[in-house]
Design a protein around this ligand. Structure first.
Ligand code: CA
Length: 616
């Protein structure tokens, strides 16, 4: 009796169709005709594919060089794709000793119109930061994926999966746009096939795959398209420093040095100052950049040129596929400096109007400033990073508002903090924020004081920079029960789950205080949208006095006066000090209340409040 296998091979030999196996993977998954950089390096993975010789017979596509890896199961192919190549799917043939072992089809797509001009985020935007697992569950069918290692959702577990997804974001784009945000930054949505705590997305196990618990690539594209239609830019959260320990290639690395410390894990020392410190030891520098972020996240060795090319092309693939507006790059100072230069500059060369913001978690402005394009550094780094995160100002803002011993003392910190802008090449492009997914909620930092919350948000939305607001800030999400607890910091947006009793999207069941902050934010965000005086205007501020800090944003046609009053009583502000800015104007419109009033030598400022006044 014929075995099934013999029977099939007999059948195939009878009908005489040569069947060649396909390789397991070829990445990038596809490419485009008409990119500025015509070179492309394919990473091919398949059983002993490294012992074969690839060939391409397609007009406009040539193989420039073939590289073999240490593992026989990889091949790296350098292609040149001329602008005359026709977008189509063509075969790549892999032969050994004259015999074809694999044929693999590869697709070149036509480049969409205008992708070379993709517009980045700018100071005219306000970014809504979303933790997708915790925002809204739009599709319960994808809550549990049996083929993945973490097999359940559990909303009672702060570190478990809660079921939020891309569909949940799509369903609420109207809410986000109506609030007045102009960009969304979801934390990473690529596959994190880790055994537990994978909800945060920073342990990627496949750089080319959307995590099925968030949805499909088609849904990610739908999110990008629908967001664009509603005037919302899309920012991608990139992670190139490390991957997840369950990444598919960990079982069979192309090169031993694909990751750092492949045999004996060393954890990074997190000594982020070594990147700037003229006295830093080699040992400290090496461990900072090469050490693993945590045990579950192997550190990628970007000195390996094949890995470097892989990561750069992967970022470009996502930009081109989703028509992104920006990338937020995780753990920026933990990567190799030379790689960061190449990664940022190659992206910006392909997309000159694009934006990238790097996460440098330092409260020292000199260190944050180091990474920004245009900053003159003595040595070591000259990348094309437009934006860095203003962690210094985040810390200062919280200190300034919560300082209770002397009101002025706190406000002076804010005043002096802004004075540090002289160290930045471009302070307008700093990302300003009160909190994010890695630190206590702003409302928790501010000891659940709604007045202080309103002051902090007013500051973030009127000062220079690109504001970023964390989802749920508008309904006062907080984590006071467990300060520092990441799972709780990323708690569920009320109304994102159909069983929720309160609904932040509709307002149903919200407290008076939640509604107050939500409507305040909606008003201020929508006002800010068209205010070039805030986006591009100049700034001038006056030293805090008697518990009040005053700053102006101004251009040729507009003047906005912001008065921050920390006093617990109504304060009469003497306007004579500000003559150089007020310059004869005598009418003020309160942006939040809409009231217009005349003023002379004094303005009455309510207790513990901010006035945002348009002067005429
Ligand atoms: Ca779901």
């Amino acid at each position: 009796m014929l075995s099934k296998k013999t029977f099939l091979s007999a059948l195939f030999s009878f009908i005489w169709i040569p069947i060649f196996a396909q390789v397991e993977r070829i990445e990038p998954k596809n490419w485009w005709v008409g990119m500025k950089d015509q070179s492309l390096q394919l990473m091919v993975y398949g059983d002993k594919v490294g012992e074969t010789t690839p060939s391409v017979n397609y007009a406009g596509v040539t193989i420039k060089k073939v590289h073999r890896a240490e593992s026989k199961n990889y091949l790296f192919i350098d292609l040149i794709i001329s602008s005359s190549a026709k977008p189509a799917t063509f075969p790549i043939t892999f032969k050994k000793e004259g015999k074809t072992i694999f044929t693999q089809s590869y697709s070149l797509l036509p480049r969409k119109k205008n992708t070379a001009q993709l517009k980045g985020f700018t100071p005219a935007d306000v970014i809504y930061l979303i933790t997708p697992d915790r925002f809204a569950n739009g599709d319960t069918a994808n809550d549990v994926i049996s083929s993945l290692r973490e097999k359940k959702i559990d909303r009672k577990n702060d570190y478990g999966r809660h079921g939020g997804d891309i569909r949940g974001i799509i369903n609420n784009l109207d809410y986000i746009a109506a609030m007045g945000y102009t960009a969304i930054w979801p934390t990473p949505m690529l596959e994190n096939d880790m055994p537990n705590s994978s909800y945060h997305g920073y342990a990627i196990t496949d750089y080319y795959k959307v995590d099925p618990r968030y949805g499909t690539l088609a849904e990610y594209k739908e999110l990008a398209d629908k967001a664009r239609q509603k005037g919302l830019k899309l920012i991608f959260d990139g992670v190139v420093n490390h991957s997840g320990s369950f990444y598919w290639w960990m079982k069979d690395l192309p090169f031993r040095n694909w990751i750092n410390y492949p045999d004996s894990i060393q954890i990074t020392n997190h000594r982020r100052t070594v990147n700037q410190d003229p006295y830093a030891s080699t040992a400290d520098k090496e461990l900072m950049v090469k050490g693993w972020f945590v045990r579950q996240m192997p550190d990628l060795n970007q000195q390996n040129p094949f890995l470097s090319a892989f990561l750069i092309q992967n970022s470009i693939w996502w930009i081109e596929t989703l028509e992104l507006n920006g990338i937020r790059q995780d753990t920026y100072p933990y990567s190799e400096k030379k790689f960061l230069e190449q990664w940022t500059c190659k992206i910006m060369n392909e997309y000159p109007a694009f934006s990238i913001v790097g996460e440098e978690w330092s409260t020292n402005p000199s260190i944050a400033a180091y990474w920004q394009q245009g900053k003159l550094n003595n040595s070591g780094y000259n990348g094309c990073l437009k934006s860095t995160m203003d962690f210094p100002m985040q810390a200062t803002l919280v200190q300034a508002l919560t300082e209770t011993e002397a009101w002025d003392k706190g406000l002076v910190k804010l005043y002096e903090g802004l004075a540090n802008d002289f160290v930045y090449a471009n302070p307008e492009n700093l990302l300003v924020f009160g909190d994010n997914h890695d630190m206590d909620r702003l409302f928790t930092f501010l000891k659940k004081d709604v007045d202080l919350m309103q002051m902090a948000l007013s500051y973030l939305l009127t000062i220079r920079g690109i504001p970023q607001i964390y989802y749920g800030t508008e309904v006062l999400l907080e984590n006071s029960a467990k300060p520092g607890d990441h799972g709780l910091i990323r708690s569920d947006f009320p109304g994102g789950w159909k069983e929720d009793g309160t609904n932040g999207f509709t307002g149903a069941g919200l407290t008076r205080e939640q509604l107050r902050i939500q409507s305040f934010l909606r008003k201020l965000l929508n006002w800010r949208k068209n205010k070039t005086v805030i986006h591009q205007g100049n700034t001038k501020h006056f030293g805090p006095a008697k518990g009040v800090y005053v700053y102006f944003r101004y251009n040729k046609s507009e003047t906005v006066m912001v008065v921050m009053n920390k006093n617990t009583g109504v304060t009469m502000l003497d306007t004579n000090r500000f003559t150089e800015m007020i310059n004869g104007k005598s009418q003020a419109t309160d942006v939040v209340s809409g009231n217009t009033f005349s003023f002379g030598n004094e303005i009455s400022v309510p207790a513990k409040s901010v006035l945002i006044l348009e002067l005429k």
